[in-house]
Design a protein around this ligand. Structure first.
Ligand SMILES: [Zn+2]
Length: 227
């Protein structure tokens, strides 16, 4: 299953980015930056399989119950961890990953807004966690999500040099137990859903499962549908 990009998808995702709190204050980017020679950007996977992907960001809030919640829901997730949080308690994330069939990916050192920063600075924010996660988690991250969904062409070039295969944005977001969509009013095959390690973790996962069921989609691992 390959990845392709299409105008409507990018437009829809740009609209979502403009709406979502994770990108508050950031302007939506244009599709032109997708072809600048750096790592490709994805908002959703191009697949006809009835699958949908959960991604969970940051890692500031941690609770052992989160592992149980995901495990019971039988939802694997891509965990885009901010390094400052990941290195706080790597055993928490290792256990969550191992018990739920999830993966650990990159989300910068300290959750800086990368857009507009120089190449060396952006590369440091992407490469350093990639190296430390290789040690801490036994596998080098291949995906990167820029904090706030905010990036420029420099980000894509830096990501490419850090061995990132895809810069991953999202096409739906769950917050406070409610999902908002990039397009239409329901999930579609290949949608990438954003949520956070936060206080409403249980409600957010429940909303993900409810919306996936409603659309007849199966939670799957994003990494297995990108590469
Ligand atoms: Zn974040």
């Amino acid at each position: 299953m390959g990845i392709r990009y299409s105008g409507p998808v990018l437009l829809a995702a740009a609209v979502l980015l403009a709406l979502t709190s994770c990108s508050a204050g950031q302007s939506a980017h244009t599709s032109g930056s997708e072809t600048g020679g750096g790592a490709p950007v994805v908002f959703r996977a191009a697949t006809d399989d009835p699958v949908v992907f959960l991604t969970i960001d940051d890692g500031a809030v941690r609770d052992a119950a989160m592992t149980t919640v995901l495990k019971k829901a039988e939802v694997p997730a891509s965990l885009f961890l901010t390094s400052d949080y990941a290195v706080d308690e790597p055993e928490f994330f290792r256990r969550l990953r191992d018990e739920t069939g999830s993966r650990i990916e990159g989300h910068s050192i300290d959750h800086s807004d990368l857009k507009g920063r120089d190449f060396a600075d952006q590369k440091r924010q992407i490469c350093r966690p990639a190296r430390s996660y290789t040690k801490a988690f036994g596998k080098r991250p291949r995906l990167f999500r820029p904090p706030y969904g905010s990036y420029d062409e420099t980000t894509l070039r830096a990501a490419d040099e850090c061995g990132v295969s895809r810069v991953v944005l999202w096409s739906a977001e769950i917050k406070d137990g409610t999902m908002s969509f990039a397009a239409a009013d329901r999930l579609r095959p290949g949608d990438i859903v954003l949520m956070h390690f936060g206080d409403n973790f249980r409600e957010d996962v429940r909303e993900f499962v409810t919306q996936a069921d409603r659309s007849g989609l199966r939670p799957a691992l994003l990494e297995e549908h990108l590469e």
